[in-house]
Design a protein around this ligand. Sequence first.
Ligand SMILES: [Zn+2]
Length: 792
Amino acid sequence: MSATTQHHELPTATILGYPRIGPRRELKKAVESHWAGRTTEAELEQAAAELRRRTLTHLRDLGLAVEDSSIPLDFSYYDQVHDVAVALGVVPERFADLRAADGTIDLAGYFTLARGEGDRVPLEMTKWLDSNYHYLVPEIGPATAISYAGSRRVQEVREAADLGITGRPVLIGPVTLLLLAKAADGSPEDFSPLDRLDDVVAAYAALLADLRSAGASWVQLDEPALTSDTWATPTAEVASAVARAYGVLASAPVGAASDDGDAARPAILVTAGYGSLGDAVDPLLAAGVEAIALDLVKGAVPATRAPDGGARDFSHVALVGGVVDGHNVWRTDLDRAAGRLEELGALGAAATGVTTSTSLFHVPHTVADEAGNPELPAAVAGWLAFADEKVGEVLALAAGPDGAAEVFAASRAVVADRAAAPGVRRGQVRERAAGLPASAFTREAYAERQAAQDAVLDLPALPTTTIGSFPQTGELRRARAELRAGTLDEAAYAEAMRAEVARVIALQEELGLDVLVHGEPERNDMVQYFAENLDGFAVTQHGWVQSYGSRCTRPSILWGDVSRPAPITVPWATYASSLTSAPVKGMLTGPVTILAWSFVRDDQGLGETANQVALALRDEIADLEAAGIGIIQVDEPALRELLPLRRADHEAYLDWSVASFRLATSGVGVTTQIHTHLCYSEFEEVFGAIDGLDADVTSIEAARSRMEILPAVAEAGFERGIGPGVYDIHSPRVPSQEEVVELLRGALTSVGPRTLWVNPDCGLKTRGYDETTRSLTNLVAAAREVRGSLVG
Ligand SMILES: [Zn+2]
């Protein structure tokens, strides 16, 4: 068993990763202009190398040590899971040509896998743990070629060395890679990517040796999958995969490449962000990895005894305490964090260090960028720590309360200030949320609602509608930019938006849709728009975080008690409604999604915060109803995303999330039809919750799965309206009328014509008008054709 050797001083103050996109989204811009053909690959490589150089020297200047591998090397052109898959030469069959004879995949191939090409669909994208980041899903089958052919990290180790920095290369670990992968098309029923563990581990061993010969003393292997027990693979099998993988990797000698003839490797730091490592710590201890980083924000300090009752021996491992939250933006309570570190220290590890709970790529670069932001009160700004400020907190914790007395004192002041600040706890909001009767969460029985709604709405069978947004044209974006720049005044901006609403209503009438929408032209983003209009939220100017690939979002900051100072969507909905005799559907974002896509206060439970948001939405819904809007949609696309990583926590989550939706929507009368919309959700996993929402109509993403879920929905006795998306809005492809007809006929074998709604998968804001018009024309024609055959 290898212990930490003198070659390898443990990084005592480190971060698990840093934002990769650049403080002004430099990487996004460089990558997108390359994709657009405006720059050569060499120019892109140069821009990326320059960004990496600036990041490294910046982290050095912030105070991370240059000689003890404290500075992570975690650059990625697109995604960290994809990076490793590509280093291992993993490609699906349809992209076999992208893999050269020596197993390498070049940069163009790397991007092609991520973005697709012609008829070849890209790798699937899915949510990374319980975050709003999306990774590319590797496709691995029994025959997939897996071998190490070279990793960009090796070059990055050398680049860092040229700057006088011993960097610590960061990679997704082998077990997480395989748990996140999916079985390649055509794999046998009982195949799981984890069956390929030995091949993957052999490739990692070669990769580690290569990193060592480039000069890496430490390597960081991220194994966040170990904090979840929701994988198809049982936890015991995951644990034995960990034992096998790390048994092999750790058995190579640690040291300089020149030490002896054996393939040497860097010391291994395994990280397990996003939750508790739990009993997966035992196979890691047994394997003899040099260090383990634990998430002590969401997770717990390991128990001193293993489940079998034996005392755990930490004396050969270094433990690094992730006490600074990598996934949220609040300044750390340093006293509390120091207390956690003390608890960790009591385990008797060979050494201890301080770090962040996860990589910092979930948070923006620096609060300093927000100076002068009118939408971020100075008091609130003072409570925030983005990536750079978190580096400072890690360093202060390493120095300790005596070494960094002033920083600790400042932290105490922030904790006190935040607790007492006006707006954080408002009596009226709290009294209302505390005194809610059970009836505030329930509506009349569905049968009664259905009869009442049928009578009032008088919709045909298979009613057609859209999910809310219509294309966000360049014109709309320009108007918003001009409003921000002050070259367009509020009144002129509102006028431009009203003109767009009128155009969208006219188009929908022409297309013959049954339930219309106003098109959401006024919304920059479906969460930020509400954040800007509710009390208790702040909005950043430069707080971009990576969502996937080159895409970034700017999450709002929910810092105080939430309430609605004035109606938000009512004027838009009523204006749209005044232009047509068809029903116009009001459009709101639900409480869970508002929480999931914002940075949320950490001083109370999510359920409590969700209910405050729900009450604000309840007020909005009441106003919409009073204004004559008889159909109201409350989107909850993030319902699945916040599902906890441990099964034991699911029930409590589903309880509060469902309750908050019901609190928002159950104040209406029987005739008002409540819709909800979910997308990207593995529908089955949260089916009970979707049923529990008690919405009259639910639209879901289904086109890509060819509506496979419908029979299960019917079997579960779901009787309310359902709108399985009939075409995928993620591509410009126009579905044919026949194709939609076929989908609808298929759907009708599971659900009745009175319950089946016809709509696209999701909103149309990323699409163009040409393809949208053609797609919706076919959608309406298909619905009419099927309707006709019902009567006839
Ligand atoms: Zn959607």
